[in-house]
Design a protein around this ligand. Sequence first.
Ligand SMILES: Nc1ncnc2c1ncn2[C@@H]1O[C@H](COP(=O)(O)OP(=O)(O)OP(=O)(O)O)[C@@H](O)[C@H]1O
Length: 293
Amino acid sequence: MATAQLTAVRGDREKGFDKTFQTGRWARELEMDSSDMIVVDRLNSRYRGHQVLYDVSLTIPGSQVTVIMGVSGCGKTTLLRHLVGLKRTDPGRIFIEGEDLGSFDGRQLEDYRRRVGILFQSGALFNSMTVAENIAVPLKVHTRLADETIRLMALIKLNMVGLSDFCDFMPSQLSGGMKKRAGMARALAMDPEILFVDEPSSGLDPITAAGLDRLILDLREALGMTIVVVTHELESAFQIADQIIVMDQGRLLASGTPEAIRANTDERVVQFLQRRADSGQTGIENYLSSLLG
Ligand SMILES: Nc1ncnc2c1ncn2[C@@H]1O[C@H](COP(=O)(O)OP(=O)(O)OP(=O)(O)O)[C@@H](O)[C@H]1O
């Protein structure tokens, strides 16, 4: 997309954002900032009565990359499911531009989901469709555009992620990194204002993973997109984040800029950061020594 077009898209979003926010009746009550895209207020969550999130409160600023980190099972994906409106808070509140997500009716929820793009861990492509057909799915479901227009829009998105030469390939013909990129193109199909990405680096080699990190930063810079990334990868998190949220056993342990998280002296935060670094090294050493017998 040309720079002028990108700027126009961004300008429209910002205008819409301010208008919506000013009418948000909860905004004043919680003293939200107009740059806050999402505010989570004492969120609790359960699966069949089993509590997995405890009083999580956090803010996701607009046009920034927020990274959610924590060890396996701490509740990152569950938090993501709440943020996209796939799971009801029990109890707690989530505000989207000052409006209570829990009070949305079916239509408002659908409108919200239309403004959101999600890249699942696996890429979640349909194996029976070509790459371009996969990207076209959200456009076919949510718009009445002509097939030719939809194909053109799909090609634009594939171009954005560097896959324009692979539009007629089947997913099985793509590498893991290319599948992730195709998943990203599909998440971008509806020009989302908010992009949620679950584990972008999982299963990828470091160079491919770094390419995806670069793509996330490009999207923020070019489109002013609000991006929420769940990851285990410490290095990637510090590379892309404007804000890092560290979770531990269903609770928010710390949140702040990468610099603030690095400087955090809380024992559990320090342990988390060191354990990730240590376990990576030990893993490689163990792996090499296992190869050497
Ligand atoms: N559908 C489900 N039904 C029941 N329990 C679930 C379900 N999904 C997750 N859980 C439980 O909720 C807790 C948090 O899981 P969640 O997947 O949110 O953690 P996570 O931090 O994303 O983990 P990972 O990094 O391994 O993906 C875990 O104890 C998990 O077993």
